[in-house]
Design a protein around this ligand. Structure first.
Ligand SMILES: Nc1ncnc2c1ncn2[C@@H]1O[C@H](COP(=O)(O)OP(=O)(O)OP(=O)(O)O)[C@@H](O)[C@H]1O
Ligand SMILES: [Mg+2]
Ligand SMILES: [Zn+2]
Length: 264
């Protein structure tokens, strides 16, 4: 964790021991007029509502920070559908062994990120296994657990490419977004790269993929993909593959189980 983050987090009010892991929980959110305070455990991501809030200056400082982080996520993220915006860790069911395992793996990725490691994590596997759901839930959990100090972006890769492409003959606004979004890829703390490799391969999309990994070589990315390792490697430059595997050791997971979309 960076020094700024550590300093900021030491300013957050402590919220008592975490019932799950025993670590110190932090108050991270007020709802309404300071009546309810949400608390999160930065160790295991357990979160809960605490009813004892007194909204003091510290709380409002926190709320400002949270709003900033949420605006950032909103401004630079791209979603294929709006339902994905509400995928949370809590909403991820763990009724099957596969689901439990998938969630555990995701939490391990989160813990490494919270410990300050650079991580390139790959959530792989067939459609409907919950990769996107877990990746988005984890992103929100990391934002909260960092006291909203981590700047996070969720990129549905195809949607992102479409917006970049549309900007070519788009208006000034579209062009500005495309430029800004690309700039943020260089600087965001954590990016979810959703459905990497799902785009139609053209020299231009390949170039975009290569650029992305040039920028993110030493920065954290959580990737979801339907492609296996070989297919992915065939899609982009050899140099790109070596960049995205640089921090991937121990963070690649194949999601098994049933297609959740078909269960209905
Ligand atoms: N364990 C789960 N608990 C609750 N909902 C789930 C779970 N797994 C999947 N879903 C839901 O099923 C749908 C498909 O999941 P998701 O989009 O995460 O799959 P995916 O693995 O990303 O699929 P694809 O490879 O097609 O992108 C979503 O609506 C998601 O919320
Ligand atoms: Mg998905
Ligand atoms: Zn905990």
């Amino acid at each position: 964790m960076s020094e700024t983050e550590t300093n900021w987090m030491s300013k957050l009010r402590k919220a008592g021991p975490c019932p799950t892991c025993g670590g110190e929980m932090l108050t991270v959110a007020t709802n309404g007029e300071g009546v309810t305070i949400d608390a999160v455990c930065p160790t295991c991501f357990h979160d809960e509502h605490k009813a004892d809030a007194k909204a003091d200056a510290q709380t409002w400082m926190f709320v400002a920070q949270r709003n900033q982080a949420r605006s950032y996520l909103k401004a630079y993220s791209t979603y294929a559908n709006s339902a994905a915006r509400s995928y949370t860790l809590d909403g991820f069911e763990t009724g099957t062994d596969e689901q439990r395992k998938a969630k555990q793996q995701a939490l391990a990725v989160g813990t490494a990120i919270m410990n300050g490691d650079t991580v390139h994590s790959f959530f792989m596997g067939a459609a409907g296994r919950g990769k996107t759901h877990l990746a988005h839930g984890l992103l929100l959990a990391i934002m909260a657990a960092s006291g909203y100090m981590k700047q996070c972006i969720f990129l549905d890769w195809r949607e992102y490419l479409d917006r970049q492409q549309d900007a070519f003959d788009g208006d000034a606004e579209a062009k500005r977004w495309a430029r800004d979004a690309k700039k943020r890829i260089k600087t965001a703390d954590v990016i979810v790269l959703d459905d990497f490799g799902s785009e139609r391969p053209t020299p231009w999309t390949r170039q975009q993929g290569d650029d992305f990994w040039r920028y993110r070589e030493d920065k954290t990315v959580i990737v979801t993909t339907n492609c296996d390792t070989q297919t992915l490697a065939g899609r982009y430059d050899d140099r790109t593959a070596s960049r995205y595997t640089k921090h991937a050791k121990g963070f690649g997971f194949v999601f098994k189980g049933a297609d959740h979309r078909k269960e209905g």
